[in-house]
Design a protein around this ligand. Structure first.
Ligand SMILES: [Zn+2]
Length: 365
């Protein structure tokens, strides 16, 4: 099952070696950008440490121990992540009913579709109460596992006070307990935490790995998988979101905008452009998509085999003209600039107008 983690062979090898040689660190820090498999690897590692199968391909994913891990029901698996204030009772019960609902949704989402983000309504952090409760739980003996497994997700979201309360446990965890911290923001992890863990780096996923996962695992069509992989920047979560959006509309909308910009003499189509009301993510995906199409407009001249949207070859040929290759680099810079503005909360309508004008300038011979 470890081999289901794609594109992180070095990490998987390292962890499997640690298990074979029985040299398990007490604490690991899995770091690397979002959507590269840190959590799933941590979970599978915990499963492998406790799997009942005698095969060398542990975790098996089907024994009772693996099963409990996959359902997040193993009594020796403790999972902490940033939350809103849960108003915990001293026994660890969540007192706030709305917070409880959100907490359960977070876990369910993690089980059902870990490639999707779940956002709490309200600001989140790894709370001191949760850490105190963890420390208390670790004082009890292990129920049934060979190794108790603690995963603390986004460990950077712990304030100094909370981190300090945790240091002693991190340095000397109880026997047969493995603590795995994960973070996308290594520089924000407190040095005192960092120095007590074995760091494990997860690199961004390559385009071909993402493309394969989308195609094999999610049955996404090749053209869409190829462009989503390009846009994703090595983040599987982004790739899956883009691919799903795209199957619905983002890609079509990007092509529609190109078509309008190519044919309209005036700005008469601006109304149409402005009538698209969508969220920030959709606008960012659209900008990313236009970048892929712009690259295709160049490739169609020099490297037809590398055209991503190969099912739209005729359209691309129709709108590409001799000056396109010289203009595309500046257009790509503009797209980057627009993306930064979206992130910086500039009015989306303003960005759309400028985007339309820039696209028109690109495409007007
Ligand atoms: Zn198993």
């Amino acid at each position: 099952m470890f081999r289901r983690i794609k594109g992180q062979n070095q990490v998987v090898d390292l962890l499997q070696r640690a298990i074979e040689q029985q040299r398990i660190a007490q604490a690991y820090l899995f770091h690397g950008s979002d959507g590269v498999g840190k959590f799933m690897t941590a979970l599978y590692f915990g499963m492998a440490l406790n799997c009942y199968s005698s095969s060398e391909y542990r975790p098996c994913g089907v024994c009772s121990s693996c099963h409990k891990f996959l359902q997040f029901e193993h009594p020796d698996f403790i999972y902490l992540f940033p939350t809103v204030n849960l108003k915990l009772s001293p026994e660890g019960e969540i007192k706030d009913s709305d917070a409880l609902k959100q907490y359960e949704s977070y876990i369910n989402n993690k089980i059902e579709s870990p490639w999707q983000d779940f956002f709490f309504s309200g600001s989140t952090e790894i709370r001191k109460e949760s850490i105190s409760l963890l420390i208390k739980r670790l004082e009890y003996s292990i129920h049934e596992a060979q190794h108790r497994v603690v995963i603390i997700e986004n460990a950077d979201m712990m304030n100094t006070q909370t981190a300090n309360a945790f240091l002693k446990t991190l340095e000397e965890p109880p026997q047969n307990t493995v603590i795995i911290l994960t973070t996308e923001k290594l520089p924000q992890v407190l040095p005192t935490i960092l120095s007590r863990c074995q760091p494990v780096y997860f690199k961004p996923l390559s385009q071909s790995v993402i493309q394969d996962i989308l195609f094999d695992g999610f049955k996404i069509d090749t053209v869409v998988a190829k462009s989503a992989a390009r846009i994703s920047g090595g983040n599987l979560k982004t790739a899956i979101r883009v691919a799903h959006d795209t199957e619905n509309s983002t890609r079509d909308k990007a092509f529609e905008l190109m078509a309008l910009a190519a044919k309209s003499k005036s700005l008469e189509h601006l109304n149409h452009v402005l009538n698209h009301k969508d969220n920030t993510d959709a606008l960012l995906d659209m900008l990313a998509y236009l970048g892929v199409i712009a690259n295709d407009l160049v490739n169609i001249h020099y490297a037809p085999d590398e055209v991503t949207n190969f099912d739209r070859t005729d359209f691309l040929k129709g709108i590409s003209h001799a000056s396109i290759p010289d203009r595309v680099p500046d257009y790509l810079l503009l797209l980057d600039d627009f993306s930064r503005k979206v992130d910086g909360n500039v009015n989306p309508s303003l960005i759309r107008i400028n985007l339309f004008i820039a696209t028109k300038n690109l495409l007007t011979p």
